[in-house]
Design a protein around this ligand. Structure first.
Ligand code: IMP
Ligand code: MG
Length: 182
């Protein structure tokens, strides 16, 4: 077991979702997908970097004939404003007529996923489903339908299991929450 409390860069975090709960959530999601998408050959689209662990553990539990592809949003230096559209990189499969399942690590305000869906739809898939491991309902501002959301969490900053704080913490097998600084 990793330490209950850890330090990453300048901040303290404590375990909030241990590995076994994450795995149970992914088991349940995979089971649901295996039922819902029976007869389909979905193409899973993993949004890098944060979703790499989630996508990996989820895919091992999918029993449908399926494919996976990876995509990334371009990032801005310095002047990134939350309202800007980031370009999706890495979409080179033929998406036309496909059943897509977008895999996100976390949906916070929803701006990123809204952006991704708009760009993916240009390729004319027949179905676009959205799956996120983590969801912060208090922060969510969009009205995009999220088909699969496993772990509903408060509006706190978390790291681990693919999610980072300034690039660090992605390797942790549990999810940790920032310890309040006041
Ligand atoms: P949204 O556009 O506000 O929904 O933000 C989504 C993105 O912000 C995610 O893909 C993450 O990269 C990042 N993010 C949101 N909340 C957290 C968090 O608590 N820890 C680490 N990254 C987060
Ligand atoms: Mg992400």
């Amino acid at each position: 077991m990793q330490d209950e409390r850890i330090k990453i860069l300048d901040k303290e975090f404590e375990i909030s979702i241990p590995e076994d709960r994450i795995m149970k959530a992914i088991d349940d999601m995979a089971q649901q997908m295996n039922e819902d998408l029976k007869g389909k050959q979905p193409l899973f689209l993993c949004v890098l970097n944060g979703s790499f662990m989630f996508a990996s553990d989820l895919m091992k539990r999918i029993t449908l004939p399926c494919e996976i592809s990876f995509m990334k949003l371009s990032s801005y230096e310095g002047t990134a404003s939350s309202g800007k559209i980031k370009q999706l990189l890495g979409l080179n499969e033929d998406l036309k007529g496909r059943t897509l399942v977008i895999l996100e690590d976390i949906i916070d305000t929803g701006l990123t996923i809204k952006n991704i869906i708009e760009q993916v739809k240009v390729f004319e898939p027949s179905v676009v489903k959205v799956a996120t491991l983590l969801f912060k309902p208090e922060a969510y501002k969009e009205n995009v339908t999220i088909d699969y959301k496993s772990l509903i969490i408060p509006n706190d900053f978390i790291v681990g299991y693919g999610l980072d704080y300034d690039g660090f913490g992605r390797n942790l097998k549990h999810i940790y929450t920032l310890v309040s600084e006041n």
